[in-house]
Design a protein around this ligand. Structure first.
Ligand SMILES: Cc1cc2nc3c(=O)[nH]c(=O)nc-3n(C[C@H](O)[C@H](O)[C@H](O)COP(=O)(O)O)c2cc1C
Length: 179
């Protein structure tokens, strides 16, 4: 059976640098035979976790009936997960963080996911701008017992087309192949 990868992609800007990085990663994954489902979480109606604990009492069922349901369904059948985001004030976009918080609904029952990857873009000239996000990604992966498959950070990006020709696109493609 082919591998199932879920991408949670947090850029609100369509067809810009993060989407392009995700595209390269997806091309690599699909060329290796994986099935990829990408959720552009900024286009979805996803509320913040209420911390009510209902999901822990009711087998992972969240009280909020919003678009997060399709993501939770996909995660229940995924072998691997990829987070993608631009750096916004040293972290993930708020839209991605909302979706990550809502995966709390599956924390008790667990997910079949074994491996995780991170794709990020940022405006700063150094990938150091993504340090807090990498730290969060690693702590989430440790908590969930996901093996870190790889991280690709692309610094120095502001306008959508600026990522074209960058070597990190090939790195993302290779990461997609081996995830
Ligand atoms: C609200 C906002 C906050 C940002 N904060 C940072 C930051 O803290 N560090 C950084 O290097 N770039 C920052 N950037 C720049 C973006 O990370 C960068 O331009 C990225 O490539 C945008 O991704 P996109 O093309 O998918 O929109 C910020 C951009 C925005 C709009």
């Amino acid at each position: 059976m082919s591998k199932s990868i879920v991408i949670l992609s947090g850029s609100p800007r369509k067809r810009a640098t993060t989407d392009r990085l995700v595209q390269a990663f997806t091309e690599g994954a699909e060329s290796a035979g994986a099935g990829v489902r990408c959720f552009r979480v900024a286009d979805m109606k996803i509320g913040g976790c209420l911390g009510c604990g209902h999901c822990f009492e009711e087998q992972g069922v969240c009280v909020q009936k919003d678009d997060m349901r399709s993501i939770l369904d996909a995660l229940r059948g995924a072998d691997a997960i990829t987070f993608a985001s631009p750096v916004y004030y040293f972290g993930f976009t708020a839209q991605l963080k909302l979706a990550i918080d809502r995966t709390y609904a599956l924390l008790k029952e667990g997910m079949p996911i074994k491996r995780a990857a991170l794709l990020m873009t940022c405006g700063a000239s150094s990938a150091e701008a993504a340090a807090s996000s990498i730290s969060m990604f690693r702590q989430i992966s440790a908590l969930q017992k996901w093996e870190e498959a790889g991280i690709v950070i692309v610094p120095g990006l502001h306008k959508p087309g600026e990522i074209e020709g960058r070597g990190e696109l090939e790195k993302a493609r290779e990461l997609g192949k081996c995830l």
